[in-house]
Design a protein around this ligand. Structure first.
Ligand code: HEM
Length: 410
């Protein structure tokens, strides 16, 4: 049975059980397959770890531009009319060299492990505030809506210099951008609704750039607002795009990992007990949660030359979709991949991608997840599900929408 159209079904792809069942089937029967759907431009789907890693590390042969993420054909068309390109925005993830390297270099040092480690105290304080909030809620909460969605948002917004009173608006815009296929999260079904979301991001961040040019501080916003590229001030459009990718990539993904990580711990009580008894495992556990959840479902590339994968020829100019959750459950690359093990060696996982575009915020993401569970677990007596969780309907960044839990603090 040909199941490859299910890859474009946000209900199947939103829920971890149906998504992994689909990927298991495709890895076994159709690991490299051409997908033709009435609402999308055709593309090649790649499900094997080895293929995805190879494509990701050959950035000159497999380009990010012009097609970076799967969006419906009519939206792609509208973006082309409005912005002149198929992607609309030109953020780091939509660029190729030499421009990509130059712009990535602007913040590369800022995101390195050393400087990120220096944020530990601040991240820990925000983690503590959200664990306190959970305690104050008195034994029942929606772990996703009340905690997991808000904590990483506060972290990334404080890093890019967005005021706390504007966070709710940023959360809504990000959900509208990533949850565009989920009727409870999207602004509306029309093309204008999607464009409206982008325009709102633009107008907000234009204000931030202007402010930091006048009043620079030591935050990331000031670094971007005053950045110099090739001896010239960075283009305004590049600055705004940088803000958008950092703001959006920087919290939904981490929220999804904390929500999905909590779910995995509840489903694996021995791992939960082990982590509580050995807080020094928290960093490894964070990496395992990131592999387990793999919140970024895909990225795309366009091949510059004819290539062959598993007997299928992909022609120059065709688009390839790389499915990270599938790579991370591929038993040819990951030992016993369907087992959640907090002390696993996760060097080979691909949740952050690989190669020249590998996630810029990966050290920050790990720190956030680690700090949250380090703070929560020693204070927690027990935790259990209070109702069935709900998933965001998504084919790009996925995760839980709601997860009611019951718990007691010590
Ligand atoms: C668990 C959390 C996260 C996951 C799973 C994740 C995953 C990814 C993936 C798969 C890519 C594309 C890599 C590729 O094409 O090879 C990416 C790129 C990126 N991520 Fe993350 N990410 C996370 C958190 C963050 C955070 C906290 C930030 C903070 C700023 C961030 C910023 C970025 C940026 C700027 C890019 C574009 C890099 C480029 O194209 O050069 N991400 N991320």
């Amino acid at each position: 049975m040909n199941r490859n159209l299910d890859l474009l079904n946000p209900v199947i792809m939103g829920d971890e059980t149906s998504m992994h069942a689909l990927f298991r089937h495709l890895r076994e029967h159709d690991p490299v397959t051409y997908v033709e759907h009435p609402d999308f431009e055709p593309f090649w789907s790649l499900c094997k770890h080895q293929d995805i890693k190879y494509i990701s590390q050959n950035n000159d042969s497999f380009l990010n531009n012009p097609r970076t993420v799967l969006v419906q054909r009519d939206f792609e068309q509208a973006l082309r009319e409005k912005f002149g390109t198929r992607n609309g925005l030109e953020t780091l993830i939509h660029m190729d060299n030499p421009k990509h390297r130059k712009l990535r270099n602007v913040t590369r040092d800022w995101f390195k492990p050393g400087p990120i480690e220096r944020l530990t105290g601040d991240v820990q304080a925000i983690a503590k505030a959200y664990v306190d909030k959970m305690e104050d809620m008195g034994g029942e909460c929606d772990f996703v809506r009340d905690i997991a969605l808000l904590y990483p948002l506060r972290v990334i917004m404080s890093i890019i210099g967005v005021a706390p009173e504007e966070e709710a608006m940023m959360l809504k815009l990000t959900q509208e951008l990533f949850g565009g296929q989920d009727p409870t999260q999207s602004r509306g079904t029309g093309v204008d609704d999607g464009l409206g979301v982008l325009m709102d991001f633009f107008s907000y961040f234009t204000g931030v750039v202007e402010d930091r040019k006048q009043n620079p501080t030591d935050d990331l916003a000031s670094l971007l607002a005053n950045a110099v590229v090739d001896g010239e001030p960075m283009e305004t459009l590049d600055q705004i795009s940088y803000f958008i990718i950092t703001a959006t990539a920087g919290h939904d993904t981490t929220s999804a990992t904390i929500g999905g990580g909590m779910k995995a711990l509840m489903e694996h009580p021995r791992e939960l007990a082990r982590l509580r008894a050995n807080p020094e495992l928290a960093r490894q556990a964070a990496r395992e949660m990131i592999r387990w959840v793999s919140p970024v479902r895909h990225m795309m590339r366009t091949t510059t030359e004819d290539v062959e994968f598993r007997g299928k020829t992909i022609r120059a100019g065709e688009n390839l979709c790389l499915w990270y959750p599938s790579a991370n459950r591929d038993s040819e690359a990951i030992d016993d991949p369907d087992t959640f093990r907090i002390d696993r060696d996760n060097r080979n996982q691909l949740a952050f991608g690989y190669g020249g575009h590998m996630c810029l915020g990966q050290h920050l993401a790990v720190l956030e997840v680690e700090m949250f569970f380090r703070e929560l677990l020693p204070r927690l007596e027990f935790i259990e599900p209070a109702a069935d969780p709900e998933w965001v309907q998504a084919i790009f960044v996925g995760g839980l929408k709601s997860m009611p839990v019951r718990y007691a603090f010590r």
